[in-house]
Design a protein around this ligand. Sequence first.
Ligand SMILES: *Cc1c(COP(=O)(O)O)cnc(C)c1O
Length: 359
Amino acid sequence: MDNKISVTPACPPIDLRSDTVTKPTGAMYERMMTADIGDDGLDGDPTARELEAVAAALLGKEAALFTASCTMANLLATFAHVGRSEQILLEAESHMYTTERGGATISGAFYAPIAGQDGAMRIELLEESLGRARSRLKTGMIAMETSHNNAGGAVLPLAHMAAVATAGRDRAIAVHLDGARLFNAAVHLNVSPADIASYCDTVAVCLSKGLSAPMGAIVAGDRDVVDRMRSFRKLLGGQQRQVGIIAAAGLEAITTMGKRLAEDHARAQMLSTLLARADLPIGVSYPQTNIVQVDVSSSGRSPDGWVDALAAQGVLVRPWTNGRLRCVTHRHIGDDDIVHAVQCFQQVGKATPALEGRS
Ligand SMILES: *Cc1c(COP(=O)(O)O)cnc(C)c1O
């Protein structure tokens, strides 16, 4: 067996760690240079206000708020809907649970995870929790996520979203959607973002992932709820001043960058197909959107070992849970990069792993 890894490192690296690495487009820089700006704390920054109006219309909601991040957007929805010592029901692998539940230390909300499949809560378990809730904590909010990060970019079926929406509406419980990658879900389902957002009271959308804005997110909903979130944003120190410079990039992102996500999805499928054909002891997910999960638990090399060996060849991926790697396609990844990345996987997979952790 050939022990040598001989592919020349690509320069610059092929960065499949996340779609958050995307840089602003030329059009974004141009809009940032020429944006009409003002003090968003005093009179309202005109470009931020425009972004909020455009985003609200795109999401089919009365109003929207520009936030520093999608984490902040989800937290503001929590503040708006959930009282102290009330609970949030959400899918057990959701980002709001696995990564953002530290928000409980300031919201006072209790997170109650519901087991799911492909990112979708099991409806009978949700109903059971809601039934039980009467004798326990009051449920302030039910939260969904689409596309679902930990479920490999899986998109919630609209019928599932409708069932969750009904469960909430029947009991006057707010439904929030963590739609960090809502535009990826919309492209996959070939529906509008507003169609998906119609199943929730509030929706958060990240501008700085595949949409390629440098930073920022949107949270949208009814006007009175957005007004409350605006106050909470100030409380958190999230009210900024000439924020139109950034909102200008966000406007370009949300109005022009959604449709091209189909290219990222096609490249993720290409990556999955080529890796599955590569005759390696790995398992590969077939993606609906732009995230491919590679199970390396039978490869004799740990996820961290793969990350290091691939990085040595100029391919950056992230170690994930349960013996997996995560690869994400985005605007800076072309067909050639996919082909080259697969070659590197082959080189690493065929080389004998070093004796890990036994130096
Ligand atoms: C990235 C992500 C977030 C957080 O977004 P930030 O803008 O990085 O705070 C929230 N939810 C999901 C599903 C995400 O993928």
